[in-house]
Design a protein around this ligand. Structure first.
Ligand code: SD4
Length: 292
């Protein structure tokens, strides 16, 4: 059986990320290479305030990053609360491939990156992040900020022509979070889950609400039970809405792909979109949402 290669990723920044992933896939790279190198484009994007070292900091003014990567056979790796590492997604991959563990956090993750000779940067806020942080500090009011400039965490899922599936997810997390806060993105089963017998899902938005319902895992399990990716995303949003502790300030977006190449997306509120690349072309698609 031949499968139809496809790459999906969250938000506008998914377009250039997918471009790269698609190029890698078509250039003979593996799907894992594709989902890693795809989101590295976003990690490198200096205009992005929610992915990579140029992202918005926590309340103490420190940027801490979360990322995860997963293959459809259950191999996975993640890093959380890591500082100074330029490409947390590559560090997550190294955790997967070079350690007996799935997750490394904080200083341990940073030291592992250094030992592996990965690119690191001095701890310094990007000009845009610094300006925003100083503005925020005047009131220091903590409120999760959703949908910043329509840029957010990038989650990517894909399938190749052999039916292999993989996904990646990387973020600087919520702006002005407590120091030490970890979101859904590095939690396997929350921000990302892939099982190539069924499909893959990823999440963006307020991580606390995604973790509470094991969002990505839930979607893959619903697909396993016969729901379409669209139905599964809608059911997960319904569950998150019911369990939300602060619905007025909550946005979550889910994106899912099954083995047959069907995809779906759903969000709590309008504004979520995602990028799709396949052989017929590419598109930026608006997701439907619970609130209209
Ligand atoms: C998190 N899901 O850390 C991420 C946040 C996000 O920028 O999507 N934002 O909760």
């Amino acid at each position: 059986q031949r499968f139809t290669p496809q790459i999906l990723s969250t938000w506008n920044h998914g377009m250039p990320a997918n471009d790269k992933a698609w190029e890698v896939l078509n250039g003979g790279g593996t799907l894992l290479d594709a989902v890693e190198q795809g989101v590295m484009v976003t990690e490198n994007d200096l205009s992005n305030l929610s992915v990579g070292l140029q992202g918005l900091p926590d309340r103490e003014g420190i940027v801490t990053l979360d990322a995860s990567i997963m293959k459809g056979d259950g191999s996975c790796g993640s890093v959380a609360f890591v500082r100074q590492v330029k490409h947390p997604i590559s560090l997550a991959r190294k955790v997967m491939e070079k350690t007996p563990h799935v997750m490394l956090v904080g200083e341990g993750a940073r030291l592992f990156a250094a030992a592996e000779g990965m690119p690191m940067e001095e701890e310094k806020l990007s000009p845009k992040a610094r300006e925003a942080y100083l503005r925020w500090k005047k009131n220091s009011k903590y409120q999760p900020i959703i949908n910043i400039e329509n840029h957010d965490t990038i989650g990517m899922v894909g399938i190749d022509e052999n039916g292999a599936m993989a996904g990646s997810c990387t973020t600087s997390g919520l702006a002005y979070k407590m120091h030490g806060r970890v979101g859904d993105s590095p939690i396997i089963g929350a921000g990302l889950f892939v099982d190539e017998e069924v499909g893959a899902a990823t999440a963006t938005g307020l991580g606390e609400e995604v973790i509470r319902i094991c969002g990505a895992f839930l979607i893959v399990e619903l697909m396993r039970q016969g729901r379409t990716p669209q139905e599964a995303c809608e059911e997960a949003v319904k569950r998150a809405v019911a369990k939300s502790k602060d619905l007025d300030n909550t946005q979550i977006g889910f994106l899912a792909l099954n083995k047959e190449g069907d995809f779906g997306a759903y969000a709590i509120r309008p504004g979520f979109n995602f990028a799709q690349h396949h052989r017929q072309g590419k598109a930026l698609i608006d997701s439907q949402s619970w609130f209209k």
